[in-house]
Design a protein around this ligand. Structure first.
Ligand code: SF4
Length: 356
């Protein structure tokens, strides 16, 4: 697909975004570094995956971007606007309409005593997308039909417990669509669903990207689904982005030892597990971390320098980079993982997939 100028436009940008928490009391409180200064861009109609294990900081990024929590440092730019500087309620409301979030647990994100129709009416009213009862009803039915929940009138009258897990996640997607967003932050949107319906939900998200020009930040611990859905993948470890590349390239030629570890845990089509890489288990130290690479205690390729200096970002190709001493010292500056470097294209197989 040829990338037009508009499609290559940056919509959302994180600039040196950091988040620290104070832990412990007394005279010597400590800082937990949930997110070190990270920078990346999300372009129109682009899917960027953030992959990493629990506690790597990927969900913290989504919560900062959707303003459920405030960052300790850095900037969030939406179409060039510095969002953190905008206090007036109307500006904030506009941003919240444009940047929506889907959560991991579709049941937990829906109110059990409200009907599906109630859940969709609220954002439509709040963001002024429908006036009057008839228009509101029509818009609700339209949203349900968009996410393949039919017959819409019947589904609108049901309660969350009367739907399957896949249907509930489709309601959550419909609710996110209600204000007319250009960006959806999807935090593990399929990890609680049955394997058989995961592809259907990803295919729906892919269709919405094509039909409505929606860009996604796709957060997952499942690197295989990132390959399936995302144009570009960033790998996170201990609050750092350690590698960024077009998804296909990352899967075929992972550079960082941690990326190799993640891929080694993906079952191959023959049903056996790859086992070329043996890494030690263990969690990174986020409170007062030691100097050097946070992966050093687990890395099978660790060197003396790894325990002394945090590796900088080394450019491996025009559209990919890595933070690892195996590839040189890199540059001290925080890398900006940018779609401008990436060949963005749709996963054509997805567009043809069946919905469930
Ligand atoms: Fe392993 Fe050193 Fe690279 Fe860190 S910098 S991933 S410890 S080789």
């Amino acid at each position: 697909m040829t990338i037009t100028h508009q499609e290559n436009q940056v919509i959302l940008e994180a600039k040196d975004l950091g988040k620290y928490f104070q832990v412990g009391g007394g005279f010597k409180p400590k800082r937990l570094r949930a997110l070190n200064e990270i920078s990346f861009t999300l372009g129109a109609r682009q899917v960027v995956a953030l992959v990493g294990e629990s506690g790597s900081g990927k969900s913290t990024i989504a919560r900062l971007l959707v303003r459920l929590m405030e960052p300790s440092s850095g900037k969030i730019l939406f179409r060039g606007r510095d969002i953190l500087q905008e206090e007036p309620r109307h500006a904030s409301l506009d941003y919240r309409a444009q940047v929506q979030m889907i959560f991991q647990d579709p049941f937990g994100s829906l109110n059990p005593v409200h009907t599906i129709g109630n859940h969709l009416e609220r954002p439509l009213i709040l963001h002024g997308k429908a006036k009057g009862a008839a228009e509101l009803r029509d818009r609700v039915h339209e949203l349900l039909a968009t996410v393949d929940l039919n017959p819409a009138a019947e589904i609108a009258g049901r309660y969350p417990h009367q739907l399957s897990g896949g249907q509930r996640q489709r309601v959550a997607i419909a609710r996110a669509l209600a204000p007319g967003p250009s960006v959806i932050l999807a935090d593990e949107p399929i990890s609680m669903l049955d394997v058989s319906i995961r592809v259907g939900v990803l295919n729906l998200m892919e269709r919405l990207k094509a039909d409505r020009g929606i860009a996604y930040l796709y957060i997952t611990h499942d690197i295989a689904s990132a390959r399936y859905f995302a144009d570009r993948t960033m790998v996170m470890y201990a609050g750092h982005i350690v590698e960024g590349a077009p998804s296909e390239e990352l899967m075929h030629k992972p550079a960082h030892p941690y990326t190799q570890l993640l891929l080694s845990a993906v079952p191959d089509p023959n049903g056996s597990m790859k086992s070329e890489l043996k890494a030690k288990s263990g969690a990174p130290k986020l409170i007062d971390p030691p100097p050097g690479c946070p992966f050093a205690d687990r890395c099978p390729s660790v060197m003396a320098v790894c325990r002394q200096e945090m590796p900088g970002a080394t450019q491996l190709a025009q559209d990919r980079w890595v933070r690892c001493h195996l590839f040189g010292q890199g540059t001290a500056a925080s890398p900006v993982d940018s779609q401008a470097q990436s060949a963005v294209g749709p996963r054509s197989a997805l567009a043809e997939g069946a919905a469930s």
